[in-house]
Design a protein around this ligand. Structure first.
Ligand code: GLV
Ligand code: GLV
Length: 326
């Protein structure tokens, strides 16, 4: 019998066909809506592999009903939607899609930084809604990016790729990370700072840390208060790393100047979210890795990993390496 693969979001034909050539495949096809929980559980109960996205909670409840599940290929570098310990206990390999999205996500992070500093989205709306009636010296002035200090929290692959871009803008690069990053220090002149030092010194505080138990709620009100009044906060990793209410209050109290956000506590946010009433917030719908090339490469990696598991090879980007001992 061919393995059964359930794909939780509509993927392009090319990806579907690649899987369908070897496996029995079913897919959630409503492209504007995530798969409902009950359907995910029902399909997981029969599946040998799942191709999931970050809005799917893959937890003990799911694993305990999925006796034949061998691999979950999550189409993301992050895997905070998955209970890794439960996966290992149930003998399920969890794979992610690192590397292929590094530069694409760094590009978006830098675009968001530039857009927030130079009020790009606000200015585009200004033109679109017919408000551009003359050129004026202080019309839509923003703040410079070049020669400023960027403070990167989370100096992994994406953080390092953002630092490279910052170097091209003649920025001074500060970073905070669990471990020192000697390559970035040598190649880019990045300077290590404690979390508090980075907050007080940086003009742009850029969050690129993974979400885990150490980083959940890392940014509280006091941390925004430590930043300069002129600081711009950028988050392109995961919403729950910041206390969102604290950020709203910090922006309302002018404790920081602006925020550029690609991620939120609960996604999607709706049109009534307080961020959307603030002129100094640029909000994007979690599009860090969203280029055609990269999204295709991410799905390709998911297919590679599923194939590896069914062909008894170690998957290239296995996250829960301890599963191999079970
Ligand atoms: C997207 O947020 C990812 O983790 O790849
Ligand atoms: C502005 O467009 C200038 O020429 O300075």
């Amino acid at each position: 019998m061919r393995p059964f693969v359930y794909v939780t979001r509509k993927v392009p034909d090319e990806i579907y066909d690649r899987l369908a050539a070897k496996y029995d495949v079913e897919m959630w096809t409503e492209s504007d809506k995530a798969v409902p929980r009950d359907i995910l559980l029902e399909k997981a109960a029969k599946a040998n592999a799942l191709l999931t996205v970050i809005s799917d909670a893959v937890d003990e409840d799911l694993f305990s009903q999925a006796d034949q599940l061998k691999v979950v290929a999550n189409m993301a570098v992050g895997f905070d939607n998955i209970d890794l310990d439960a996966a290992s206990r149930h003998g399920v390999s969890i794979c992610n899609t690192p590397d292929v999205l590094t530069d694409t996500t760094a590009d978006l992070t830098f675009a968001l930084l530039l857009a927030t500093a130079r009020r790009v989205t606000e200015a585009a709306e200004f033109v679109k809604y017919g408000q551009w009636t003359s050129w004026a010296p202080m019309m839509l002035v923003g703040t410079d990016v070049h020669h400023k200090k960027i403070g990167i929290v989370g100096m992994g692959k994406i953080g390092t790729a953002v630092a490279k871009r910052a170097a091209g803008f003649d920025m001074e690069i500060l970073y905070h990370n669990r471990n020192r990053h000697e390559v970035a220090e040598e190649m880019l002149g990045a300077q290590y700072r404690t979390f508090d030092e980075l907050l007080t010194e940086a003009d742009f505080v850029v969050c690129l840390a993974p979400l885990n138990e150490d980083t959940r709620g890392l940014f509280q009100r006091e941390h925004f208060q430590k930043m300069k009044d002129s600081a711009i906060f950028i988050n392109a990793s995961r919403g729950p790393i910041i206390n969102e209410q604290s950020l709203i209050e910090a922006l309302e109290a002018n404790e920081i100047a602006a925020a550029g956000l690609d991620v939120f506590d609960k996604e999607p946010i709706d049109a009534s979210h307080p961020f959307l009433t603030m002129k100094n917030v640029v909000a994007l719908p979690h599009i860090g890795s969203a280029s055609t090339e990269t999204r295709m490469a991410m799905m390709g990696t998911c297919c590679d990993n599923i194939e590896a598991v069914f062909e008894d090879r170690p998957p290239k980007t296995l996250v829960n390496k301890d599963v191999l001992q079970y």
